[in-house]
Design a protein around this ligand. Structure first.
Ligand code: DGP
Length: 219
C-alpha cells in the first residue's frame, strides 16, 4: 500500500514583523530545530541581498543609493519573483520553506511611505501563497531598545509606527482573501525560549507536510 504522506508537499511558512522584533532569531532557531529533527527545511530571506536586484536593494537600505519609492517597491517585488520558482520547486519536493519576510512587508513598508495600498499589493499577485504567516508583534518601545535599531533606512520610530498600522490592514486583507487561518499574530515579548514555544504551538504539525497544491497570493 502506498504511503499517503509521500504525496504531501512542504509547508511554506512566513515570519513577518517590524524591525528588531526577533524574527530572524526565531527563523534561524526553527530551521536549526527542523534540521536536528532530520526534517527537510530551508531558509529564504527577503530581501535576498545576494542577487543582482538584491544588491540594489541593499544599497538603498543602507542609504548608499537613492531611488524613487515606486521603483524600489517594484525591485523588492522583483526580488521575490526571482525566488518564486525555487520556492515552488522545493515545496513540491517536500521541503519546508521558512521565509524571513515576504510580500506583506512589501505592502506595509511601502504603504507606510504613502504609496497607495492597492499599488503596493498588485506586483506580488500570484506569488506562492504562504500556508501560514506568523506576525511577531512587539511594542515599539521594546524594539527601539534592542541592539542595532536605527542602522538602516526604515529604522526610525515614525516609520515603524506607520508600518505597524499598515501591517494591521495587511492582516485584514489576508483574512478577507485567504481566510483566518493563514495569518496569526504572536506576542514577541519575553525570552527567546518563551517566544519560540509560542511559535511552536502555532506551527504545530505543519512542518510534517501539507496536502494540496501551493496557492497563489491575493488570488
Ligand atoms: P531585514 O533584512 O529583515 O532587516 O529587512 C530589510 C528592511 O527592508 C526592513 O526595514 C524591512 C524592509 N523591507 C523588506 N521587504 C520590503 C519590501 O518589499 N518593500 C519595502 N519597501 N521594504 C521592505
Amino acid at each position: 500500500m502506498s504511503d499517503p504522506s509521500s504525496s504531501r508537499r512542504g509547508a511554506f511558512i512566513v515570519f513577518e514583523g517590524l524591525d528588531r522584533c526577533g524574527k530572524s532569531t526565531q527563523v534561524a532557531r526553527l530551521v536549526d530545530r527542523l534540521e536536528r529533527e532530520s526534517q527537510k527545511a530551508r531558509l529564504q530571506k527577503f530581501p535576498d541581498r545576494t542577487t543582482a536586484i538584491g544588491k540594489m536593494i541593499d544599497a538603498y537600505l543602507q542609504s548608499k543609493a537613492e531611488m524613487d519609492d515606486h521603483a524600489i517597491h517594484l525591485l523588492f517585488s522583483a526580488n521575490r519573483w526571482e525566488c518564486a520558482a525555487a520556492i515552488k520547486r522545493d515545496l513540491d519536493r517536500g521541503i519546508t520553506v521558512i521565509a524571513d519576510r515576504y510580500a506583506f512587508s512589501g505592502i506595509a513598508f511601502s504603504a507606510a511611505k504613502g504609496l497607495p495600498f492597492d499599488f503596493c499589493l498588485q506586483p506580488d499577485r500570484a506569488l506562492p501563497l504562504p500556508d501560514l504567516t506568523l506576525y511577531m508583534s512587539l511594542p515599539q518601545e521594546e524594539a527601539t531598545q534592542r541592539s542595532q535599531f536605527g542602522e538602516e533606512r526604515y529604522e526610525t520610530v515614525t516609520m515603524q509606527q506607520a508600518t505597524r498600522k499598515q501591517f494591521r490592514l495587511v492582516a485584514e486583507e489576508v483574512k478577507k482573501i485567504h481566510g483566518g487561518k493563514k495569518w496569526m499574530e504572536v506576542d514577541a515579548r519575553g525570552t527567546i525560549e518563551e517566544v519560540e514555544e509560542r511559535l511552536k504551538g502555532l506551527i504545530g504539525d505543519l512542518t510534517d507536510g501539507v496536502n494540496g497544491r501551493v496557492g497563489e497570493l491575493w488570488v
